[in-house]
Every structure is written in C-alpha cells, then in structure tokens.
Design a protein around this ligand. Structure first.
Ligand code: FE2
Length: 360
C-alpha cells in the first residue's frame, strides 16, 4: 500500500551511488541503482513524491490518496536544497514524479533549474486562486501562510500598527525583531515589496527597518515571537502559523508567550498582507506523469485541504475549507494578490538590496 520504508531504502542506495559518481562526467546516469529506481518508478500503480514538508498529517493525506485511487505513494523526505540537487543529479533517470516544498521562492529556484514540466488541469486551476500558482502551470500552491506582525500586548496598541512599510518609521526605533535576511520567507516578502513598491523604495525601507531593529537578527520566527513576549522588542515579522503553534502548545510557557502577544495583519487598507505557499510541481521527467497529476489534484480536494489546514495551522488554498479554530479566531484578512511567482523573479534584486543595506 503506502511505501515509505521500502522507497527510503532504495533511495539510500541511489544516494550512495550518486555521491560516489559525483566526480565523473555523468553523475549517477549509468548506475545500477538508478536503473533499479527507474524500473520501480515505471510501473502504473505508483507515484514518487519528493517532499521537504515534514508533517505527520501529510502522511495521512497520502494514505487517503492510496485508499481512494489504488496508487501507491513512495515518499522521499529531505530539505529543499537536498531534494532539488538530487533530482538534478538523477537527471533523465530520476524516479521523482512530484516535488513538494515550502515557499514560492524555492519553487521558483527549482523552476529555474528546469525541474518542472507545465501541467494543464482544470481541477487545479479551479481549486487554486490564480495568484497562488505559476502562470504556466509549472507549480501550484497547496497551502497559504501569512507573514504577519506579532506585537507585545503591553507596549503596543494595535492601532499603532498599519503596514510593513511603517515599521521603518522613527517611532519603531530599537523596537523591531526579525530573523536574518538569508531566510527565504524574508526574501519572498521583499520580492513582493519590490513588485508593489519598486526596488528603490524597498531598499529605503530595508535601511529604515535595519535602523529600527532591537537586536541583530538571530533565531527563527518562534524566537522572534518569544523576544516580543519577553519585551526585548515590541513587534516582529513572522509567519502566522508559528504564533498559532505557540497558542496551541501544551507547554504553559509557550501558551504564556502567545497570551502576551497579538497578531496583526498588515496592509489591510492597501494591497493586503503578504502570503506565501507551500506548493508542488510535476517533475520534468516524471515516469508516472498521470499519477502525479492525479496526486496533485487530490491535494486540493476538500478532504486533503482540511487535513493540510489543520496540521500546520496554515490556510487552505481551496475556498470554503475551514481553518483551525485558533487560526480562525485571528479573523479574515485581505490577501496581497501579487502572484507568488514574482517573489523568485525579484530574488536577485532582493539579494543585492540586503547586501547593500547590511540586513544580516
Ligand atoms: Fe516555516
């Protein structure tokens, strides 16, 4: 039925051969392991999924897919860069049918590496809003995450907050926390700002933001929320689901962090709050192309979208599917409808801006 262990064992042997062959002119191309992988991938009844999402609930979705379609799901998990490198190294012999990863910036990188093929599917285009998928069908958003402001309930009245842009104003001097600019979430936010405000204005904004930081960037989004709760800073830029994770925690200290902080959706009076996606595309040489399309189509059904939404506290892409109650309580908000493919397109400009402005 649903194969993780078997495929992982196979994957391990493939990886070893590829590593060993890295110095040769054709990495892994003629290896016995690749042939073995290809033979496995070539049968009708399966789909080989490479995923950098690591949630148990995703497994539940794959299991449901197998139960409903009879198509086995063989899963390889790894970090996004590892998986894309691996597909590149496997080349035309790659058994990969689907690549799932988080952040449109990463999907764009994989697209630039030529890893995806365009897919035409009415089920996908009807379920997924236009701004959350690649214009030519190279990849598709499966869930949405909002990059919100989290503020200290004691020191900030939410009426003082308005936009991302306003965080560069003098009133926030020494009061803002944000993680490093090397993080793709921040790079994608900047990519969206370039699209809306232009590169020059975005660069000015980053200068102002850096001048307003309470401390040098350190840690992930959860660490920024904890710093806000501890009074090290008054406001932070983070993905919404990290706050929800703390609010739902069984640990009293994490609950206290959520209780001490509030969530604010910026830019509600103009373009809307920046959202990003986790998403997937069909790999360019997918041996099980039709199964891959069926798999993606299943991931946007109400059943799968509900599991997605309730696992990592994300927003479904499909309208009418309920979010987790903790997330619902944050209320509805206006989404910035800039197409998420702009984030990657603007990324080289983003990298120059953060270099020039010294956002660590
Ligand atoms: Fe995350």
């Amino acid at each position: 039925m649903w194969n993780r262990r078997n495929f992982l064992a196979l994957a391990a042997s493939t990886a070893v051969v590829i590593t060993a062959a890295c110095g040769s002119s054709q990495p892994g191309a003629d290896s016995g392991a690749s042939e073995e992988a290809n033979a496995t991938g070539g049968s009708q009844g399966e789909v080989n999924v490479y995923s950098s999402r690591h949630y148990d609930s995703d497994d539940a979705i794959y299991q449901r897919f197998t139960e409903e379609t009879g198509i086995e799901v063989n899963l390889i998990e790894g970090d996004a860069d590892e998986l894309t490198e691996r597909i590149k190294n496997e080349g035309a012999n790659s058994p990969a049918d689907v690549l799932i990863t988080v952040d449109a910036g990463r999907l764009w990188r994989a697209e630039q590496d030529g890893l995806f093929q365009p897919i035409e599917s009415t089920a996908l285009t009807q379920a997924i809003p236009e701004n959350l998928r690649h214009p030519e069908g190279l990849w598709f958003g499966l869930t949405q995450r909002a990059r919100v402001l989290v503020y200290n309930q004691e020191t900030v009245d939410p009426s003082e907050l308005s936009t991302y842009e306003a965080l560069a104003e003098p009133q926030w001097q020494g009061r803002v926390c944000v993680r490093s600019s090397g993080n793709i979430y921040n790079q994608s936010l900047l990519g969206s700002m370039i699209e809306s405000d232009g590169a020059a204005e975005t660069e000015d904004w980053v200068k102002g933001l850096v001048a307003n930081l309470a401390r040098e960037p350190e840690g992930g989004d959860i660490d920024q929320i904890k710093a806000v709760a501890a009074g090290q800073c008054d406001v932070a830029i983070v993905n919404h689901y990290y706050w929800a994770r703390l609010a739902k925690s069984s640990k009293p200290d994490e609950q206290a962090v959520a209780a001490a902080t509030g969530v604010f959706f910026p830019n509600q009076n103009d373009r809307g709050t920046h959202v990003n996606i986790s998403g997937a595309g069909v790999v360019v040489n997918a041996p099980n192309r039709e199964n891959a399309i069926a798999f993606l189509e299943f991931l946007v059904t109400p059943e799968a979208q509900e599991i997605f939404a309730n696992s990592n506290n994300e927003y479904p892409v499909l309208q009418g599917v309920e979010t987790d109650p903790v997330v619902s309580e944050l209320g509805n908000f206006k989404v910035d409808e800039t197409n998420v493919s702009a984030y990657g397109r603007n990324n080289s400009e983003v990298v120059k801006i953060v270099d020039r402005t010294g956002w660590k």
